[in-house]
Design a protein around this ligand. Structure first.
Ligand code: GLA
Length: 388
């Protein structure tokens, strides 16, 4: 716990502690901003926010993991050119202001367990932990769906990443030992138990440690291409990706180039896979689920083209390894992490096999995390203190 550090930096005790989780996504990749289905789960790794009020309209915040500070006035929030992390904090204050919630100044401290740019959604965990903490600190009632949407808006409009809503949504609504099925068009959602232990299974995250500078621009480009392909489908009476069928896409194929066709094919097929995955989860058919994960990876590799050699290695080793039921890249892709669904007794050997394969290819030394499925965002009052 970082309360002593908070007191050392700010000379006052914190009033609230909030946190929000990173996530994995079982299946449903690059479908959220296409109005489709996703099936993420919150993980045990979390980002944290401690804060107390100030009465001078200033925000003084320390990022413990970087040993860096940021300061700004609530009334004049502009993006920081020097510190990327600071824009996630500034963005949340900015978006609250925009929405008319009027947050006041604070002293704050942030730190995290979710590895950065690893495909495990450290950004959403940071955004949601802060907005959750501020709503507790200033006793602002923000309905949970709006809270997730505000965090997304901060990332879209202030940080400049045109992400969908999946990561913020699961950071808010995650539930222990459950996956969340979300319809990203209607925002209807339901939780499904993820009975891994009972079935002798484990999920591991394989972090390639590859971070791609181009990831944001490539992500935004995919978004545009998928939207262009849908516009063409719409001219043929298809209302949305959720309604689109592969047959309808084939009929429209002559109207679009190969790239748009492949992007749309991924989205349509991936939506189908998410629905099948939900059925598999409900019936504890984990072999079926695993098969869908493998299929998803191929589609992301070949049709959406967001994989890389280090992520493909997970698929290749996973396919060959007895005891690996499924594996695929997770999150935006272009580096970051993948997940593997494994027989628990084979999990250690799988890590060894992955390490050996990565070394043989001279890839960066990967990291592994055994995932336990944790809860969504939380905030606790640490007691009323005098504002500084
Ligand atoms: C990132 C984005 C999400 C989602 C995934 C891909 O994690 O933040 O909104 O689009 O990529 O599924």
């Amino acid at each position: 716990m970082k309360n002593p550090l908070f007191v050392q930096i700010h000379g006052a005790k914190p009033e609230i502690l909030s946190s929000a989780p990173g996530r994995i996504n079982l299946i449903g990749e690059h479908t959220d901003y296409n109005g489709g289905y996703v099936l993420p789960a919150a993980i045990h790794l979390r980002n944290y926010f401690l804060a107390s009020k100030r009465n001078d309209g200033q925000v003084h915040i320390r990022a413990a993991d970087f040993d860096e500070d940021d300061q700004f006035f609530i009334g004049r929030i502009v993006p920081s050119k020097a510190k990327r992390w600071a824009n996630y904090v500034r963005g949340i204050f900015w978006v609250l202001e925009q929405a008319g919630y009027r947050p006041l100044g604070i002293n704050g401290l942030i730190w995290g367990e979710v590895p950065l740019e690893s495909g495990l959604s450290s950004s959403a965990a940071l955004e949601v932990s802060i907005i959750k903490g501020l709503s507790a600190l200033f006793e602002i009632e923000i309905p949970p769906v709006e809270l997730a949407k505000l965090a997304q808006k901060a990332e879209n409009e202030f940080v400049g990443v045109k992400c969908g809503l999946m990561d913020q949504f699961i950071a808010v609504f995650g539930r222990k030992n459950s996956a969340l099925f979300l319809d990203c068009e209607t925002l209807d959602f339901s939780h499904f138990p993820l009975n891994l232990e009972e079935n002798g299974l484990s999920l591991i995250v394989y972090d390639t440690r590859v971070r791609r500078k181009l990831a944001v621009s490539e992500y935004n480009a995919r978004r545009q291409q998928a939207s262009d392909a849908l516009a063409i489908l719409k001219t043929r009476g298809v209302r949305s990706y959720k309604e689109a069928t592969f047959a309808a896409l084939q009929e429209a194929a002559a109207d679009m180039d190969g790239i748009l066709y492949r992007r749309a094919k991924h989205v349509i097929r991936e939506n189908e896979r998410v629905q099948k995955a939900v059925v598999a989860l409900q019936t504890d058919e984990f072999r079926k689920l695993g098969e869908l994960l493998f299929q998803s990876h191929l589609s992301l590799r070949d049709d959406y083209e967001v994989s890389c050699p280090e992520l493909d290695l997970l698929y290749d080793v996973g396919q060959e390894f007895s005891g690996c039921w499924g594996a695929r890249l997770v999150g935006a892709g272009f580096g970051g992490s993948g997940i593997a669904l494994l027989e628990k007794s084979r999990s250690e050997d799988f890590r060894k096999a992955m390490l050996a394969a990565a070394r043989e290819k001279n890839f960066p030394e990967p990291q592994f995390h055994e995932v336990s499925v944790g809860a969504g965002a939380e905030a606790v009052q640490l007691g009323k203190r005098t504002a500084r």
